[in-house]
Design a protein around this ligand. Structure first.
Ligand SMILES: Nc1ncnc2c1ncn2[C@@H]1O[C@H](COP(=O)(O)OP(=O)(O)OP(=O)(O)O)[C@@H](O)[C@H]1O
Ligand SMILES: [Mg+2]
Length: 245
């Protein structure tokens, strides 16, 4: 029996903007097991980022419960949430969110600094993660010296720094051309094949096609939740191995 990594019970998120209350999520019940590769889809405003921010412990629900790896993390204090984020969650953003004027090696080290790892250990791990994403020859470059696809690969290496069980990505290919998007999805697929649980928000069917399960949101609710019987295999769209080597 697979272990449940994420469990949401009657989860509600209300944004209170003074006069107006906006319902971001409306009574979500959802379970994601360790090792799943999931796409979250839906129109703009349907609640995808709201969901991902709560899953990533970047925001609190208004009502209901979120269990991460068996622990109820719904209403923890900010410092407790930061610790859980640092240990259990890697988050990848559409806009990369790398620190400029810092080498990509240092960027990847940042989460390990917060985790209290020693400098030598941080460097070795950061270097090997950058090698894994095909940037071993570029470790002393700064983010602005890299392409969008390369920057996103740095962001993924950074997200994996503390070896988290859960990788969340909110439209990670939204700023990338189709070739770079394929490379990012092939990277997620290979991480999934190594046991990482991956949840990706996307608007694009060909991106969602890489995953094993597609959940569609509408007006803050789950409209459909289906297995993908034939995920796009790694290598089908060519390129990753040759482009990364
Ligand atoms: N900080 C906020 N304050 C007020 N309302 C918000 C806030 N963030 C999101 N919302 C509202 O919550 C609802 C869900 O927004 P969310 O950002 O989750 O949508 P989304 O599915 O990610 O959309 P997109 O595809 O455009 O990124 C929308 O009605 C949105 O306007
Ligand atoms: Mg969004």
């Amino acid at each position: 029996m697979e272990t449940e990594l994420i469990r949401l019970e009657n989860l509600v998120k209300v944004y209170d903007t003074g006069a107006l209350k906006v319902l971001g999520l409306n009574r979500i019940n959802l379970s994601i097991h360790q090792g799943e590769f999931v796409a979250i889809m839906g129109h703009s405003g349907s609640g995808k980022s709201t969901l991902l921010n709560i899953l990533g412990c970047l925001d609190h629900p208004s009502l209901g419960n979120y269990y991460l790896d068996g622990q109820n993390v719904s209403y923890l204090k900010p410092n407790e949430l930061s610790r859980i984020r640092n240990q259990k969650i890697g988050f990848v953003f559409q806009s990369f969110n790398l620190i400029s004027r810092m080498s990509i090696l240092k960027n990847v080290e940042v989460p390990m600094i917060y985790a209290g790892k020693k400098a030598a250990e941080r460097q070795i791990r950061a270097k090997s993660l950058l090698e894994m994403v095909g940037l071993g020859a570029r470790i002393h470059h700064q983010p602005n010296e890299l392409s969008g696809g390369q920057r996103q690969r740095v962001a993924i290496a950074r997200a994996l720094a503390n070896n988290p069980p859960l990788l969340l990505a909110d439209e990670p290919t939204g700023n990338l051309d189709s070739q770079a998007s394929i490379e990012i999805m092939e990277l997620f697929a290979s991480l999934h094949s190594r046991g990482v649980t991956v949840v990706v928000v996307t608007h694009e069917d060909n991106i969602a096609a890489y995953t094993n399960r597609i959940i569609r949101f509408q007006d803050g609710q789950i409209r459909s939740d289906a297995q993908n019987p034939a995920p796009t295999p790694i290598g089908k769209n060519a390129g990753l191995k040759s482009r990364l080597s």
